[in-house]
Design a protein around this ligand. Structure first.
Ligand SMILES: C[S@@+](CC[C@H](N)C(=O)[O-])C[C@H]1O[C@@H](n2cnc3c(N)ncnc32)[C@H](O)[C@@H]1O
Length: 241
């Protein structure tokens, strides 16, 4: 997979691209993340890429021509062009899973007042990372890249990825590591029992309980199996005791 990020602040991404899992995924040849300086596509002197908005109003707007040029240079028939924008559809795990199957992504980072609206004709999806306004699309681009790259096969352990929170709709069960006892706090006995079936059942129930207690809003979007329905009913009954 190739991720091309278009920004006026490529240096923002130096540590992100060259650290930890992003660095390893690239070293293994599983992904390639490139940053492109939008100013290199400027059509004005001194590499200017912004100007005042038509109709008046405050702030500066990024111009259309540099985006037109960079998209046309990078785009292939396999490309999805994503504009980071507070006006976009909300990013979530389902979108991360879908994007991770695409061979080539171009992420466009706005800044200042945003971008001349003519760019939208060349954008496949507008994506927001939350209902708030940031100064630029660089942090959203990192968030998307991070969530997407870890889903590319081979980047992280498959079992860990598949049991992570939200991957199958539920939150992950609580986890513990050594020491098994500290300051009177114990690790649940069942996790030390070596009984795989019991551990699996416990984890499933704890996963459903965590979702019910912390994010009940997620449950209404899930299609529950008979077993999950039974466990959820059990958890609700235990709560109401
Ligand atoms: C200050 S914002 C521009 C906001 C724009 N004037 C508006 O009202 O919709 C500058 C840039 O930051 C990025 N940005 C800000 N908030 C974002 C969010 N919640 N999700 C994704 N990108 C965001 C976008 O790329 C945007 O073009």
């Amino acid at each position: 997979m190739i991720i091309d990020i278009v920004t006026i602040f490529p240096e923002f991404f130096d540590a992100f691209i060259n650290t930890s899992i992003m660095k390893r995924a690239q070293a293994q040849g599983l992904v390639k993340i490139n940053c492109h300086q939008l100013r290199d596509y400027s059509v004005r002197k001194n590499n200017y890429i912004d100007d005042t908005p038509y109709g008046g109003g405050s702030g500066m707007l990024m111009q259309f021509p540099p985006f037109y040029k960079v998209i046309n240079q990078l785009r292939t028939p396999d490309t999805k062009v994503i504009l980071l924008s507070p006006q976009g559809q909300m990013f979530n795990q389902e979108k991360a899973i879908n994007f991770s199957k695409i061979k080539h992504l171009i992420l466009l980072c706005g800044h200042y007042e945003g971008i001349d609206a003519r760019v939208l004709e060349f954008v496949d999806e507008e994506i927001s990372i939350g209902n708030y306004v940031l100064t630029g699309g660089e942090i959203p681009a990192m968030i998307l890249s991070d969530a997407i790259v870890r889903l590319v096969p081979g980047v992280i352990d498959e079992l860990s990825r598949e049991t992570d929170s939200l991957q199958n709709g539920w939150l992950k069960y609580p986890q513990y590591t050594k020491p098994d006892s500290y300051e009177g706090r114990q690790v649940p006995e069942i996790l030390k029992s070596g009984h795989h079936k019991n551990i699996e059942d416990w984890r499933q129930k704890e996963s459903i309980k965590a979702t019910y207690e912390k994010r009940p809003d997620l449950i209404k979007d899930l299609k529950l199996s008979k077993k999950e329905e039974t466990i959820l009913a059990e958890i609700k009954a235990e709560k109401n005791k």
